[in-house]
Design a protein. Structure first.
Length: 460
């Protein structure tokens, strides 16, 4: 058939143009040739029908693929990391070892807050991106993870047990790898960092005490600074912000060597974290608070659901009655139905808020348990942490560090990790930028034993 010779009308026009070069079509099975006008007309009609058939086939194929995606089917593309494609059942099958690595990447991102840091950590662990063989036979070998690879995994809704088609999500036939709560938290952090929005980590996470150190002389915040020696080696320091702006007229506190000060603080933190009674008290208070909060939220939710059921029942009765009522009575019934709908909207909003609190309660419980696990092995795993992780951990335990080098004092105020339990929000909120306290707002600190001035002496 001539329609199999060319593809589309554009190709047909190019083929017919060959007639100008004394080249003609002559069919042995169909009664036409392009040497006369009737043959050219027949050729154009056949090609139009062929184009129509090709477009119909393409549309049916797209419709079948769309229907399969909406049913949650896997269409045979390269399966994402953590899954193996079953071509017979057209489903994705979980590979448990890879699935656990995927979950670890999600949790690691929440802890590190950086795609680049996650990629570096998993590469250090020896994890490799899977290779694959294309249909053409070309083989792509396994390689190290890049930032883009990690970002793709963190954004992939397949791990939720869902499939995406034309921007819509549908329930997939495959098993989810990541919980909805964990996925939502990661998406919130990723979205907050898009296009420069959201809070960023301090410029240099090497400074463990950045944002929590205060001057014991003037009460102002201690900032970070650095300098280079003759051998071009970088020396890190902590400097009172008042002195940094006004010199000695602002504050007499000298700058402090960062390494020496951080070692002193970390040693105190390690001693605090290794107290078994602290961990036991955290777990006990968390459990009591969790049960109480869960009971209160569940009770309120049950009340709302009962009110919704009553309003729905009343609304159905009114809808049945409004058809037989006219005049003023019918108008009153319609107004009452409007009031019911408005009230149902309010109750739905309240119920959704309670559901969010329940999810936040679960998130908070997981975070507290993770904190307890970290505290238990704090001393042994400290050296394994990245600088950013060390900074986060110190900030988790320490609320304020007040330094008074002239008097040889180092006062630490610890967070009350065993404070009454409060459920966290389902989505992390951006924290305000650090601001200096007014002069009349001196930080409150817990008393501690003085530290010798010699131990706090600034480095060269």
């Amino acid at each position: 058939m001539v329609e199999q010779v060319v593809v589309g009308l554009a190709g047909a026009e190019r083929a017919v143009d060959e007639d100008q070069k004394d080249v003609t079509f002559v069919s042995t099975t169909q009664n036409f040739n392009t040497t006369n006008s009737m043959g050219r007309l027949t050729l154009n009609i056949l090609l139009s029908f062929a184009q129509f058939e090709r477009e119909m086939i393409a549309e049916r194929t797209r419709d079948k693929m769309a229907a399969a995606r909406k049913r949650g089917k896997w269409l045979g593309s390269r399966p994402p990391y953590g899954y193996l494609g079953d071509h017979d059942k057209k489903q994705l099958v979980v590979i448990e070892e890879e699935a656990e690595r995927v979950r670890t990447m999600f949790r690691m991102y929440l802890r590190l807050g950086s795609v680049n840091a996650v990629a570096k950590r998993i590469n250090d662990l020896g994890w490799m991106k899977k290779g694959y063989r294309a249909k053409t036979g070309r083989v792509t070998p396994p390689r190290k993870y890049r930032d883009k690879d990690v970002h793709t995994i963190l954004r992939n809704v397949t791990y939720l047990g869902k499939v995406e088609f034309n921007g819509e999500l549908y329930e997939g036939e495959h098993e989810a790898i990541v919980s909805e709560e964990l996925f939502a938290r990661v998406q919130s952090v990723l979205s907050s960092k898009a296009c420069g929005r959201g809070r960023r980590r301090g410029r240099n996470p090497e400074y463990l005490l950045q944002g929590i150190a205060w001057c014991g002389l003037c009460g102002k915040r201690i900032t970070t600074t650095a300098g280079r020696g003759r051998n071009k080696e970088v020396y890190r320091y902590y400097l009172c912000s008042n002195r940094g702006r006004k010199g000695r007229d602002g504050c007499d506190h000298p700058r402090l060597g960062a390494e020496e000060l951080e070692e002193l603080v970390v040693s105190r933190v390690k001693a605090r974290c290794t107290e078994p009674l602290l961990r036991e008290e955290i777990v006990a208070r968390m459990e009591v608070g969790r049960v109480e909060a869960m009971a209160a939220i569940t009770s309120e939710r049950e009340r709302i659901v009962a009110d919704e059921a009553k309003l729905h029942a009343e609304g159905r009765k009114l809808m049945d009655a409004i058809g037989s009522e006219t005049g003023t009575q019918g108008k009153l019934l319609a107004e009452r139905i409007g009031e019911i709908e408005a009230r149902l909207d309010v109750l739905t909003t309240e119920r959704c808020s309670l559901d969010a609190q329940l999810r936040g309660l679960q998130n908070a419980t997981e975070q507290v348990r993770a904190t307890v696990n970290i505290l238990e092995v704090f001393d042994t795993v400290w050296d394994e942490f990245e600088a950013a992780e060390k900074q986060d951990l110190v900030h988790l335990v320490v609320k304020r560090v007040v330094v008074n080098e002239p008097e040889g004092k180092l006062d630490l105020e610890f967070h009350d990790l065993a404070a009454p339990f409060e459920p966290l929000a389902t989505e992390p909120e951006d924290e305000p930028d650090d601001e200096e306290q007014p002069d009349d707002e001196a930080p409150a600190v817990a008393p501690s034993a003085p530290v010798s001035a010699q131990a706090m002496e600034a480095s060269p």
